[in-house]
Design a protein around this ligand. Structure first.
Ligand code: 9WN
Length: 436
């Protein structure tokens, strides 16, 4: 275990860039939004000053309307496509001096602040730090509830698959079926850096780029995006992260005496949790699914995102039991537990692919969220299983980006998938090693 900790620390130190941490050398050479949250939690176990710097650096990219971009381009690099010139965030009157993207990612910062505070045994100097960034994180939540909830129902939309963080989940196939896009010239770098068969296809990338091109023609104006974007989805992972962060900002806000902000967060959260359960729970599937706001339909497929409401304490005990059953002898574990936890997409679906990015492989950040979520509901054995599986995969292969879930295939495999020395895999293993 000590060696594993040392190796995890070495990954974070190796990816540290003087103020922030890149997710992976070559493959992801800038600062990414939700990565930075998980990475900051990892740093808290090594050097809390780095955790603070990580968060401050991310907030340098915040827009004046509270929006927090998915990438902050602090540094130049030609090893990633699409770079700042493709995103064109300067078209928005709200964008900052520093180049950023114009789309966001799951809002993890609120709960990350509380986790770090707890992991540091409620260190008062960290609470001072929380006080210094509280308004910025609150402004991000305010942005979501005022700009990304056109029906004022408490659920926010995402308008791009990269905003989900689960970039090519098969759920998006049903969105891509609703519109056509031009063939773009794609100077991709990812497919020459790692096994191209594990990455999204060029046909999918044309959709990704097309959405950015549309948003640029609208100068990233939220009202235009809400009215016209062909991709407008209420995602259970994204909304769970926002609600979990509300929960944390409420508790932290009480410690800091922020009563007006706490009342507003409570009002958003009550509405959000109720609507989440009404709209996104699928009682036939026994889990939470996506809602296509543009097409006005549920997209009824289970993925690892379906379990993240456990993290935000949204499900009732009965709903939680139905979800846990999928992980314990059900479709995600297999009846004989022939799969390691937790596949990123329903392994019994014909759309499942155990090697391809978000279409099946195990991701450590989702495992961490589900582990913590299971503990919220007292499901200690299932939580222990997901923790054991995560640690075993990293011990066997190293700090890869994603992993095979099939136990038999793992017997003969000698590598993880995607990028190696991947920061959040290291950061979250440090946290899992700590919490037993
Ligand atoms: C696009 C950085 C990011 C993660 C995402 C993951 C992947 C980027 C890409 O890498 O997405 O944002 O180019 O594939 O899907 O979750 O934040 O690690």
């Amino acid at each position: 275990m000590n060696q594993l900790k040392k190796n995890a620390q070495a990954v974070l130190r190796g990816n540290w860039q003087n103020g922030f941490t890149i997710p992976c050398q070559g493959l992801y050479p800038f600062q990414w939004n939700w990565d930075s949250g998980f990475i900051a939690l990892g740093w808290a176990h090594i050097d809390p000053e780095h955790a603070k710097q990580e968060i401050r650096s991310l907030l340098k990219g915040q827009w004046s309307n509270g929006f927090l971009p998915h990438i902050v381009f602090h540094n130049p690099s030609d090893s990633y496509y699409p770079g700042p010139e493709v995103h064109g965030a300067e078209l928005s009157p709200y964008s900052p001096e520093i180049p950023t993207s114009g789309i966001t990612q799951p809002p993890v910062l609120g709960f990350i602040l509380e986790y770090i505070y707890m992991r540091l045994d409620t260190d008062p100097t960290f609470l001072d730090f929380v006080a210094s960034v509280y308004d910025a994180v609150y402004a991000n939540h305010e942005y979501f509830y005022t700009q990304r909830d056109p029906q004022q129902e408490g659920l926010v939309y995402i308008c791009h698959n990269w905003e989900a963080g689960t970039d090519n989940t098969p759920v998006w196939d049903f969105i891509w079926d609703t519109f056509t896009v031009p063939q773009y010239d794609l100077p991709r770098k990812d497919t020459s850096l790692i096994d191209a068969s594990h990455r999204p296809t060029n046909a999918e990338y044309c959709y990704y780029i097309h959405l950015i091109e549309l948003f640029k023609t609208w100068n990233y104006e939220d009202a235009r995006i809400a009215a016209e974007s062909p991709f407008l989805v209420q995602d259970p992972l994204f909304n769970s992260m926002l609600i979990a962060s509300n929960n944390s900002l409420i508790r932290l806000g009480k410690l800091l005496g922020r009563s007006a902000q706490v009342s507003q967060l409570q009002a958003w959260n009550t509405k959000a949790k109720q609507r989440f359960n009404e709209k996104l729970y699928d009682s036939e599937l026994g889990g939470y699914v996506y809602y296509d706001l543009r097409g006005e339909r549920k997209l009824s497929h289970l993925s690892s995102s379906s379990f993240t409401p456990l993290f935000a304490e949204i499900p009732s005990a009965a709903q939680a039991a139905a979800m846990i059953a999928h992980l314990d002898g059900g479709r995600f574990s297999g009846a004989q537990h022939e799969r390691l936890l937790c596949a990123s997409f329903d392994p019994t679906s014909s759309l499942f692919n155990s090697q391809k990015y978000w279409r099946g492989p195990i991701w450590i950040n989702l495992n961490w969220l589900i582990y913590e979520g299971l503990l919220n509901y007292g499901a200690k054995d299932t939580a222990a299983q997901i923790r054991t599986d995560s640690i075993a995969l990293i011990e066997k292969y190293g700090f890869y980006e994603y992993f095979e879930c099939d136990r038999i295939k793992n017997e003969t495999l000698d590598t993880g998938y995607g990028g190696n020395n991947f920061s959040w895999s290291a950061a979250l293993i440090l946290d899992l090693l700590k919490s037993q």
